[in-house]
Ligand binder design. Structure first.
Ligand code: HEM
Length: 465
């Protein structure tokens, strides 16, 4: 397999990234373009240093690239680096005090209650709902192949992953009225709230109250009200489902023996929607962008899928064996981590790598930077899926790859997302050819997730090789 990959992929290629400037020009560019693209704010030397102060804001922003220190910060048991206040403030109207934004004992209790819903056995059941979503999606792509019209890769990936979440969490397809309304309000929320205003980042002191715009608050209310209807459907007498919502409803706190209230259920299930579909859609958008740009990589992926499944259906048991397919997903997340930044805040004065860090400083761990850091990766900006394959795994340096975060707050849905994305890549790549529409400029931007600035337009055709 190694020879095959090498012979069909002799040259690595560099997919698009913003050109990095030195500090002041980078700041001026970000202020001028006003598109909230934090990636462009990163100065050129950010990819070389182990720790540094981004240095242009009233509130200090310390970027940490040192692998050991990153783990120490993300696993710190004293709650000294809690979730960042800007992020918590932006998400709170939508997901209340759910597991994604809470800290301390409240988080520990919630995490223990939701984790069992994502255990391996449960995922083998969720796999059936994932398959059902892909079956429906193939019909859509068949129609797209027949009419040969270009369409938005990003939007269709968001639909597909939202459908997977609706089916696995609520046993409801996205096509249902309520699910569709949740999806549309979410899309609105993301477009409006996700634009981190660079001015705010620079001038606002820590923990200052940032009022949300009324239309964003209304979108949150709509989402919560629709989620409430879906929760009620599950709570109603006689309801019998085998899905993630049912698991979360049954969960009990180990100390108090109490379950989640209705409002808390809306918080938690809202997070699965928020954290669980745009992230996977982002990763798949970049992965399919690569496949549409590089037919030789697509050919290798197909060879693996055909070999492992012998041309038959792709079952849960095949997923683990699809090493190259999964590595293409991983390498897409290395170059384009869906969560571009993992921000924390210093809750008290501390010292990191000998530097004094004042209370209120933003402690920034940036998968975007660490995944491209010159000290950790050979050809850091090149796409080389093989680096994650079993035979080369020994080359990876611990704590330098963190698309799902690290430590106790690592993404609870990491295995879910990996199974889902591997299935989607294998199924669609096996069946279709993808072509990029000509004359597109593809530029990554950091919004709620790492996205192309403008939608990527592609066409599909039934596979002809
Ligand atoms: C490719 C897909 C995904 C990526 C890249 C991703 C990434 C992340 C990251 C980086 C974190 C940690 C954030 C931090 O430490 O501040 C996180 C947390 C979380 N993710 Fe994911 N995620 C993905 C899919 C999912 C899915 C499918 C679900 C659920 C269905 C999910 C649910 C959560 C939850 C609940 C947390 C909070 C965990 C905690 O704080 O204990 N994610 N995710």
């Amino acid at each position: 397999m190694l020879d095959k990959v090498k012979s069909t992929q002799p040259e690595l290629f560099e997919p698009p990234r913003p050109n990095s400037l030195s500090t002041m020009p980078a700041l001026l560019r970000a202020m001028f373009t006003q598109d909230g693209n934090l990636i462009e704010l990163l100065p050129r030397n950010a990819y070389r240093i182990k720790i540094g102060n981004l240095g242009y804001s009233r509130r200090s922003i310390v970027i940490i690239n040192d692998a050991t220190e990153i783990r120490a910060i993300l696993t710190n048991p004293t709650d000294i680096y809690p979730k960042n206040d800007l992020m918590v403030g932006a998400l709170a109207p939508l997901v209340g005090e759910s597991v994604f934004v809470s800290d301390g004992d409240q988080w520990r209790s919630q995490r223990a209650m939701i984790a069992p819903a994502f255990h391996h056995m449960k995922l083998s059941k969720a796999f059936l709902s994932m398959e059902a979503a892909v079956n429906d999606y193939e019909q859509i792509l068949d129609a797209r192949a027949a009419d040969n019209k270009a369409f938005s890769l990003d939007l269709t990936m968001s639909h597909l992953t939202a459908d997977v979440i609706c089916r696995t969490v609520f046993s409801t397809p996205l096509a249902s009225q309520t699910a569709r309304e949740v999806f549309e309000s979410f899309a609105y929320f993301e477009r409006s709230v996700a634009h981190v205003e660079i001015k705010r980042l620079i001038f606002q002191p820590a923990w200052s109250h940032i009022p949300q715009k009324p239309d964003v608050l209304q979108a949150c209310e709509r989402i919560r009200s629709h989620l409430g209807k879906m929760v009620d459907g599950h709570l109603s007498e006689g309801a019998a489902f085998e899905d993630i919502a049912t698991e979360i409803i049954a969960a009990k706190d180990q100390k108090t023996g109490k379950g989640f209230t209705r409002e808390q259920l809306i918080d938690q299930l809202g997070v699965f929607f928020l954290a669980g579909h745009e992230t996977t859609a982002s990763a798949l958008t970049w992965a399919f962008y690569v496949l549409a740009t590089r037919p030789d990589i697509l050919a290798c992926l197909r060879e693996e899928v055909d070999r492992i499944t012998d041309g038959g259906p792709i079952n849960f048991s095949h997923i683990r064996a699809l090493d190259l397919t999964r590595s293409i997903f991983k390498e897409s997340m290395r170059l384009y981590p869906p969560i571009t930044f993992i921000p924390r805040v210093a809750a008290k004065d501390s010292t990191i790598m000998g530097r004094k860090v004042k209370r209120g400083a933003m402690v920034m761990i940036a998968p975007w930077v660490v995944h491209r850091h010159e000290a950790y990766w050979q050809n850091p900006h090149s796409f080389d899926a093989e680096r994650f394959m079993a035979h080369r795994e020994h080359e990876l340096i611990s704590n330098t790859y963190m698309p799902f975060g690290l430590g106790p707050r690592v993404c609870v849905g990491a295995n879910f997302a990996t199974i889902e994305a591997t299935l989607i890549l294998a199924r669609l790549a096996r069946k279709y050819d993808f072509t990029m529409e000509p004359n597109q400029t593809v530029k990554p931007v950091a919004r709620l997730t790492t996205r192309p600035k403008d939608q990527i337009k592609i066409r599909v055709a039934k596979r002809n090789t």
